[in-house]
Design a binder for this molecule. Structure first.
Ligand code: NAP
Length: 259
């Protein structure tokens, strides 16, 4: 059993729904204080209220991770509401699709701005407070899409998710003297509101392509995050963990027909 994270102060970006909500819920269940962050304040407040009603400790804050001002204010809000920052989960992300031949420079910039620059800005803004805490953990939600696999419509998304991994390797070295680790989770296809938007046909075909024959749950990702946040993971930094039900393993469709 992992050492308790009770009492730790945790920011989870993009936590009003989906994977972020799952991470915030599990961390709160384990006794951590969580700051729920999303652009829409009403939905962030609704998630915080749900966690508080279940006996956890949560506050809500409205911020756009692609805004430097917002990220600085988020760090201040965490100190005000939670008393400091021990753990930062850079989870907020978007995955609109656009084929390369039609992709506009604006679409590229938007995805990079939220997914990649948003990760940098979140870490940059929280760093002074994490140093003050005497150490900490940064946990990035990357993806299998980009670093390992490709999918039509997601050139920009894949590049942003690979970029997060490039970012974390150097960040891990620079953060080490401050006792701050940074690691990334690479989810496969996880049941979330965002994934639901891709439609029933996508979800069904994707499920068939996964050896475990099911999509992941937000808790599957949250438990991986909990491990990276634990005392026991203190010597792990700059690393990644794929959580995908075996999705990246089949060499071809034939590999799945054999089972
Ligand atoms: P989701 O269900 O669409 O939820 C996204 C969350 O991020 C919401 O809380 C949303 O709230 C917030 N958000 C979006 N843009 C934001 C911004 N600019 N600033 C602050 N908050 C923002 O998404 P998800 O499926 O849980 O995905 C979460 C993360 O996991 C993303 O980084 C995604 O790339 C990654 N991921 C997901 C899957 C999957 O299968 N679901 C697989 C691999 C990786 P607001 O709209 O109110 O801002």
């Amino acid at each position: 059993m992992l050492t308790s994270i009770a009492g730790k102060s945790v920011i989870v970006t993009g936590s009003s729904k989906g994977i972020g909500k799952g991470i915030a819920g599990v961390f709160a269940e384990k006794g951590a204080k969580v700051l729920i962050v999303g652009r829409n304040l009403d939905s962030a407040q609704a998630t915080a209220a749900e966690i508080n009603a279940a006996g956890g400790t949560a506050a809500a804050f409205s911020a756009d991770v692609s805004s430097w001002d917002d990220m600085q204010q988020m760090a201040e809000a965490a100190v005000e509401h939670l008393g400091g920052i021990d753990i930062l989960c850079c989870n907020a992300g978007i995955f609109p699709d656009a084929k390369l031949s039609e992709m506009t420079p604006e679409q590229w910039d938007e995805v990079m701005g939220v997914n990649l620059k948003g990760t940098f800005l979140g870490v940059r803004a929280c760093l002074p407070k994490m140093k003050e805490s005497g150490g900490g953990r940064v946990i990035v939600t990357s993806s299998i899409t980009g670093p390992i696999t490709g999918y039509p419509g997601w050139c920009h998304y894949g590049a942003s998710k690979s970029g997060q991994l490039g970012f974390l390797k150097t960040a891990a070295i620079e953060l080490s003297p401050h006792k701050i680790t940074i690691n990334a989770i690479m989810p496969g296809n996880i049941e979330t509101e965002g994934l639901d938007d891709l439609g029933e046909e996508y979800l069904q075909k994707m499920t068939e392509s996964i050896p475990m024959k099911k999509l992941g749950t937000v808790e599957d990702i949250a438990y991986a995050a909990l491990f990276f946040a634990s005392k026991e993971a203190a010597y792990i930094t700059g690393q990644t963990l794929v959580v995908d039900g075996g999705q990246v393993l089949p060499e071809s469709l034939m590999a799945l027909e054999e089972i």
